[in-house]
Design a protein around this ligand. Structure first.
Ligand code: CA
Length: 230
């Protein structure tokens, strides 16, 4: 999977230049042109690096940098044209990993991004207790922490809902009957009330599906059961 980079930059030409060069190098890039929205995305989704302009609408790059650092160690490269910004980035201890001044050479930017991502990968890879995380399109399941995010937003699942989701997601495209699911999740012979499966599927869909009438993840196979679609 390619590394994801979030570019928070309100100058369209610069943002597109950064994106084009980074994509040529195999990175996957998203652009946000507003500071506050950028911070939200940075905190709610999973990126491998942030490229952060200083002057932005609604929230400046210094504040965004500080707030990202309170929550995560993802590399941050700050971009600015003003000398006083650079002094601030260096002096304030905001936690930025690097900075680059405008105008910059795109190949210099790409080289720095590659170096920071490689360094961060080594750092994260060397940590012993990596959580067991599954990602299926917009869904992220941290099996170790038993937490679930849908399009970056954390959802609160009951223990049974969580087990049901993990079980289905671990067997993509496999159709299970209600009886099979009941046996698996409720861990007893299927003499109980299998209607409970229907109820839990319904509740789970309300939490993970955008439109429960047109489920994108948990499909009903009429007359047979359910499957997790990938
Ligand atoms: Ca700007």
């Amino acid at each position: 999977m390619s590394n994801r980079i979030l570019v928070i930059e309100d100058e369209e030409a610069i943002a597109e230049l950064e994106r084009d060069y980074l994509e040529l190098s195999g990175f996957s890039v998203e652009i946000v042109n507003d500071g506050r929205i950028g911070l939200q995305k940075a905190l709610n989704e999973d990126y491998d690096m942030f490229i952060l302009d200083v002057m932005l609408p609604h929230m400046d790059g210094f504040e965004i940098c500080r707030r990202i650092r309170e929550d995560r160690n993802t590399p941050i490269l700050m971009v600015s044209a003003r000398k006083e910004d650079i002094d601030k980035i260096r002096g304030l201890g905001l936690g930025a990993d690097d900075y680059i001044t405008k105008p910059f050479s795109p190949s210099e930017l790409v080289a720095r991004v590659k170096a920071h991502i490689a360094r961060y990968d080594r750092l994260v890879g060397s940590q012993p207790n990596d959580n067991d995380v599954m990602r299926i399109r917009g869904i992220k399941i941290d099996k170790t922490a038993r937490r679930v995010w849908v399009n970056g937003e954390e959802k609160t699942l009951t223990s049974r809902e969580f087990e049901l989701l993990v079980f289905l997601a671990e067997h993509p495209n496999h159709v299970f009957s209600k009886e099979e699911i009941f046996k698996e999740i409720w861990n007893m012979e299927s003499v109980g009330d299998i209607a409970t499966v229907t109820v839990h599927i319904k509740k789970l869909r309300e939490k993970i599906e955008l439109n429960t009438n047109k489920p994108q993840y948990i499909e009903t196979i009429w007359g047979v059961g359910y499957r997790f679609k990938v």
